[in-house]
Design a protein around this ligand. Structure first.
Ligand code: PGA
Length: 252
């Protein structure tokens, strides 16, 4: 991975109209987008095509989820190949809202990662402890290990991991930059134990959880943190643009 900082907007189940999608997309595009920042938008499935047609080449597209199944009788599901063919380069896998609100299991997450790699999508695997006093080494080791079960080194070089403490998501409570950094190192250590140090040092690790225009720089400026996964604030155009600018200043 190069030294670009990654800023990923997770719109979650928002917004509710195409007009708002266009306002947000065109608003971001109207900026001079920095070359040293990989800017990714993850809209709901129904807007992927609309965003793709309006986001130019500078903004990359991500799905927020995919099915673990390839095709067939899975009513309501969307496959990895469908979103790849729509122009997605990335997909978020294992977001805590899917783990905890939609009952996604470690096994499903593992299958979804495999489905993503198979079609050439870059998965952004979200991991994080539920409570701030949880045993973080135990939780993250288990999440990373189970997610990567059966995944080889030919794929691991295309993985991104987002550290998203669940207690910090949508709560306006952020982790401290120091703790986020040490957790990014912990994640690399877990990957190193599984695949070897050369894979771990190249692994991009993002921080997510109440990232705002005010605190983004504290995380992005850390050398061991490759960028941010931004939820609610990515829907507030002016604030989101400030986050992109913070990444530009801190990328190499
Ligand atoms: P938040 O969400 O920025 O609203 O906390 C982050 C995420 O869910 O990825």
């Amino acid at each position: 991975m190069n030294n670009k900082k990654i800023i990923m907007a997770n719109w979650k189940m928002n917004p509710s109209s195409q007009e708002e999608v266009l306002r947000l997309t065109k608003g971001v595009l109207a900026q001079r987008l920095p070359k040293n920042v990989e800017l990714i938008i993850a809209p709901p499935f129904v807007y992927l095509d609309l965003v793709k047609r309006n986001c130019g080449r500078e903004i990359k597209l991500a799905a927020q989820n995919i099915s673990w199944a390839e095709r067939g009788a899975y009513t309501g599901e969307i496959s990895s190949l469908m979103v790849r063919n729509l122009g997605c380069d990335y997909v978020i896998i294992g977001h805590s809202e899917r783990r905890h609100k939609m009952g996604e299991t470690d096994e499903m997450i593992n299958l979804k990662l495999k489905a993503a790699f198979k079609v050439g999508l870059i998965p952004v695997l979200a991991v994080g402890e539920k409570e701030s006093n949880d045993d973080i080494i135990k939780v993250l080791t288990q999440q990373v290990k189970s997610a990567l079960e059966g995944i080889g080194t030919s794929e691991i070089g295309r993985l991104i991991i987002a550290y998203e403490p669940v207690w910090a998501i949508g709560t306006r409570l952020t982790d401290t930059p120091d703790h986020a950094l040490s957790t990014a190192l912990l994640i690399r250590k877990i990957v190193s134990n599984l695949y070897g140090p050369e894979w771990a040092s190249d692994l991009p690790v993002l921080y997510g959880g109440s990232v705002s225009e005010e605190n983004a720089v504290d995380f992005i400026a850390q050398n061991g943190i490759n960028g941010a996964l931004v939820g609610n604030v990515s829907l507030e155009l002016e604030k989101f643009i400030k986050i992109i600018k913070a990444a530009e200043i801190n990328a190499q």
